[in-house]
Design a protein around this ligand. Structure first.
Ligand code: SF4
Length: 392
């Protein structure tokens, strides 16, 4: 029987600080956390090249236990399956070509803006700024598994700054602030990682305060904060998080929710606080994952619940082709069919979500056309180099 998604998860006895530091300790010290039937293996269940230790917050362990255990839709997302994750060769470490596009510490600049010959902005661009490689729980399909959660003793093959340190130095932060100020064709920063909200208060305060100052000076329009902490461990979110984000002008909180079971009362409570106290607009992205959420019913339930809570579904992604997550991939043709059937059921407010593929080699997110309406031929497509690919 499916667990009731309205179930209240009783708050765990730890304080938010203890919860957060338990997660950090697990990642940094390779300790193994036991929770009755779910025994986390920590660093001994990392990916073959190093990243994504099996570290899960106590809150999420409890939620996994209540939603079908390690074989349930949450267990599959967070409990390692080393036999599947190591099955393929180690190619596909950085399919989105992010390392190649890092042009200031942690700053990935793929969606470029442009100045005209007079130095005026011809069109704006946006950057992704990866400020830590820590998360409160590690998702087994993480597209940045090449560096996320990597413990200090494992040498990364990635040249990304956060692959080689947990946080940026003061000097590196200054370099980025200057970079943003000097590039007036950039008007948007997407804070990412890892999970920026897991960073220590003084570090995140410095980042958000300076971004808010750039907004005030007119050097930056939009700040999006990408986070899964409200899902991974809402108990770790404290008052200072809300207050800090309220310094930004119209902050956007980009959460990542894959299954309706993730929307617990605790999660909805903190999201509501971000709306009320930080005045944040909350957008949700969802990764399509085989045997987790690849059904019309599950996605429909998720989107309806998001909409009911005033959260806007934004993207549904085809999962990125990283070698450790191939077992999560829904074949493209099936994904398109599923999306077509789902789209027809969705309310207009929810159908703003787009089904997108982050095309390998750095081309960006491409929405998949809605074939049911336009009779699109999905047998093949051409990439940005005009090379044809057959769709399987
Ligand atoms: S929260 Fe995001 S960055 Fe962290 S492991 Fe999950 S997908 Fe990766």
């Amino acid at each position: 029987m499916e667990p009731n998604i309205q179930t209240n998860i009783h708050p765990l006895p730890q304080t938010a600080n203890q919860q957060m530091s338990a997660t950090r300790t697990l990642v940094l010290n390779s300790s193994v956390c036991k929770a009755d039937d779910i025994k986390l293996r920590g660093l001994s269940a990392m990916l073959p090249h190093g990243g994504l230790p099996e570290a899960v917050s106590p809150y999420m362990v409890e939620l996994i236990r209540r939603t079908g255990g390690i074989h349930g839709p949450l267990g599959k997302q967070f409990i390692a399956q080393p036999e599947k994750e190591g099955r393929y060769s180690k190619i596909g470490m950085d399919p989105l070509n992010e390392d190649h596009h890092e042009i200031a510490p942690g700053v990935v600049y793929k969606y470029r803006g442009k100045l005209d010959k007079n130095g005026n902005v011809a069109h704006f661009g946006r950057v992704l700024w990866t400020v830590t490689r820590l998360c409160a729980t590690y998702c087994r399909f993480c597209t940045r598994g090449r560096e996320i959660g990597l413990p200090p003793h494992v040498k990364s093959r990635s040249k990304a700054t956060i692959a080689n340190k947990f946080f940026l130095s003061d000097e590196e932060l200054e370099t980025v602030f200057k970079f943003l100020e000097n590039h007036k064709e950039i008007n948007e920063v997407i804070l990412s990682g890892g999970d920026p909200l897991t960073a220590p208060q003084p570090y995140l305060t410095k980042i958000i305060t300076r971004l808010a100052e750039l907004q005030q000076k007119g050097a930056l329009d939009i700040v999006r904060v990408g986070t899964r902490l409200p899902v991974h461990n809402p108990l770790a979110i404290q008052d200072w998080h809300y207050e800090l984000l309220s310094k930004l002008r119209n902050p956007y909180l980009m959460i990542h929710v894959n299954h309706p079971f993730e929307l617990t009362e605790e999660t909805l409570h903190v999201l509501n606080n971000f709306r009320k106290i930080s005045l944040a607009s909350i957008l949700s992205q969802t990764v399509l994952l085989k045997d987790v959420n690849d059904s019309v019913e599950t996605l429909n339930m998720l989107f309806v619940k998001l909409a009911r809570e005033g959260i806007r579904p934004y993207y549904v992604f085809q999962n990125d082709p990283v070698y450790w997550a191939k077992h999560f991939t829904v074949p493209f043709k099936r994904a398109i069919k599923l999306w077509g059937r789902l789209r027809a059921k969705l309310s207009g407010v929810v159908a703003t979500a787009r089904f997108v593929i982050d095309v390998p080699y750095g081309y960006g997110k491409v929405p998949v056309p809605e074939g049911a309406a336009w009779d699109v031929d999905y047998s093949h497509f051409y990439d940005f180099k005009k090379k044809m690919h057959l769709v399987k």
